[in-house]
Design a protein around this ligand. Structure first.
Ligand code: ATP
Length: 319
């Protein structure tokens, strides 16, 4: 292995820059050359490829987003697109590729590896929805952004008797809603993985109201449905005044937390080691604070699940 490439793909997440930095510096430390590919797989197919130096990743460890930009590409899902990408990699004499992204991006990395081009996946997504790793890069920052926003809503909430519904990201995974809900002491946490009867949510709100609670906070993952629709139902059925906040893209932004910077640095560096060891087709992760790696199939064959104990605890603490 003499020359490696690195790209970011799918939705961006805070800490991706720290991961790029680690890939570049670790590779140069081991006397490899590194090429940055801009705009994810689209940029790869288009040959948007540039040499990276120690200096090109200076002063980025604390920045949100990704200096390599990210993109989604339908064309790359086709065999022709993947061959076009490999052609570009060969043209630049690149022997291995680090893909920082979510599970969709890893599907692409798996396809390239199957076509003979070794790729390593680094889990970068705020959703924390990838099996084989306890945490993904960006989750901790996003969690803290949500907590900060809900704390601010709570400050104004104490002045009014209302139910506040906060809609957070998570189409299929409820980790952000669950962790944030537990961290802010939400009355209810609605996530795709757990169904709760509407009547029991209403009952819990009413119990709080009856014992003189000034306000209630509900965390809702977007995969469960619209916060506005849910708020309307609460108003109609429970006769409680509601306010809905959809946090949206602020959850993807901001300077990465210490946790995310350290995680990104460790995972990025480990990805380079795997390429040097000639082990393509794997994803790096962290479990119980130990670095691990699995084949892409091992990752895809296990369903990501939420921590059921935490969900149960959130109920016990919001009686
Ligand atoms: P996030 O879920 O955080 O947004 P992601 O990596 O899952 O991140 P996707 O949009 O699913 O985001 O995937 C990113 C890109 O990976 C796609 O635009 C596509 O180019 C490529 N990709 C996704 N699925 C496949 C697949 N089955 N085969 C080949 N490439 C794929």
């Amino acid at each position: 292995m003499k020359r490696i490439g690195v790209l970011t793909s799918g939705g961006d997440s805070p800490g991706m820059n720290a991961a790029i930095r680690a890939v570049v510096r670790k590779a140069i430390y081991h006397d490899l050359e590194v090429y940055g590919i801009k705009n994810g797989y689209q940029g790869l197919m288009d040959g948007n490829i540039e040499r990276m130096t120690l200096g090109s990743v200076g002063d980025i460890i604390h920045r949100g987003g990704t200096i390599l930009f990210s993109a989604r590409s339908e064309e790359f899902k086709t065999d022709e697109g993947q061959f076009r990408a490999i052609e570009q990699l060969k043209k630049h004499d690149i022997d291995g590729l680090v893909v920082i992204g979510g599970d969709g991006s890893f599907q692409g990395a798996k396809k390239l590896t199957e076509k003979g081009f070794p790729c390593i996946g680094v889990p970068g997504t705020i959703d924390n929805d990838i099996a084989g790793t306890d945490y993904t890069i960006g989750f901790d920052t996003s969690l803290n952004t949500i907590i900060d926003a809900v704390d601010k809503v709570r400050d104004t909430a104490t002045s009014h008797e209302r139910t506040y519904i906060i809609e957070v990201m998570g189409r299929d995974a409820g980790d952000l809603a669950l962790w944030a809900g537990l961290a802010v002491g939400a009355e209810s946490i609605l996530i795709p993985e757990e169904k709760e009867e509407f009547s029991s949510i209403v009952q819990r709100l009413k119990n709080g109201h009856d014992r003189g609670k000034k306000h209630s906070i509900i965390l809702l993952a977007e995969g469960v449905g619209s916060g506005f629709e849910f708020g309307k139902r609460i108003e109609e059925i429970a006769q409680l005044e509601t306010r809905v906040t959809v946090l949206g893209h602020i959850q993807r932004g901001g300077s990465p937390t210490g946790q995310d910077r350290v995680l990104a640095s460790r995972l990025g560096a480990r990805a380079v080691e795997l390429l040097i060891e000639d082990q393509g087709g794997r994803m790096v992760g962290i479990q119980k604070n130990v670095l691990v790696d699995y084949t892409f199939d091992e990752v895809f064959n296990v369903e990501h699940t939420i921590d059921k104990g935490m969900y149960k605890l959130s109920k016990e603490l919001s009686i």
